[in-house]
Design a protein around this ligand. Structure first.
Ligand SMILES: CCCCC/C=C\C/C=C\C/C=C\C/C=C\CCCC(=O)SCCNC(=O)CCNC(=O)[C@H](O)C(C)(C)COP(=O)(O)OP(=O)(O)OC[C@H]1O[C@@H](n2cnc3c(N)ncnc32)[C@H](O)[C@@H]1OP(=O)(O)O
Length: 162
């Protein structure tokens, strides 16, 4: 797995201008939601679309809650991580301080959903963000709002092995 030092170095390079429509890089290879090398993960792929980030996602049996239905925690994971892609557009690292998810309808395994997230307001270190999820052209099945707080890179030193 990539060391924290390598990750910090690569992270700096990830904060650059991305063209509209560009695919945004995963947070790191083993990120639970977007890491391509995490066998338990969601393998979320995310694009910039204007000031928003978008993803198309299908939950599978690894993320089951009630039979046939995605676990609410899995849905929250994906929505939270999608917010983490807005940071590429805002240009600085931040972490979730508060996350609220509204589950409007069951999220069905094997069904394709579209997700979009946006920054609705910033106040100093605070980023207020929102995201929604639906089948194409359908009603919202889940809606999330969150407060992210900008942090210095030293925040991530707390994850070093003890
Ligand atoms: C450039 C290099 C970056 C290096 C990165 C390298 C590796 C990492 C790689 C990838 C990971 C990075 C990003 C991933 C992105 C997305 C993944 C999804 C997101 C996550 O998975 S992320 C994990 C879960 N997350 C946490 O692990 C946070 C744990 N937590 C803390 O570490 C602290 O909690 C902290 C630092 C967040 C804040 O601590 P703090 O002491 O600095 O700030 P404090 O609490 O004082 O709040 C400040 C102001 O917010 C107001 N405030 C607070 N709560 C409020 C509320 N509920 N409503 C309204 N206002 C509120 C206060 O009232 C005050 O307001 P005011 O300043 O106006 O008084």
């Amino acid at each position: 797995m990539t060391s924290l030092d390598e990750l910090l170095a690569s992270w700096n390079e990830k904060f650059r201008a991305y063209e509209d429509g560009a695919r945004l890089p995963p947070h790191h290879d083993h990120c639970l939601a977007c890491g391509p090398d995490n066998p338990h993960g969601h393998h979320l792929t995310v694009q910039r679309r204007g000031d928003e980030v978008h993803a198309v996602h299908v939950f599978d049996e690894r993320h089951v809650g009630a039979p046939g239905i995605a676990h609410g925690g899995a849905v929250a994971t994906v929505l939270d991580d999608l917010f983490g892609f807005l940071l590429y557009l805002t240009g600085s690292p931040a972490v979730t301080r508060k996350l609220e998810v509204r589950y409007d309808s069951p999220v069905i395994l094997g069904t394709t959903y579209e997700l979009a997230a946006r920054v609705v307001r910033t106040e100093g270190r605070k980023l207020f963000v929102e995201a929604d999820m639906s089948e194409t052209g359908g009603p919202t099945v889940a809606f999330a709002s969150a407060l992210f707080l900008r942090v210095d890179v030293t925040h991530f030193d707390q994850g070093r092995p003890r």
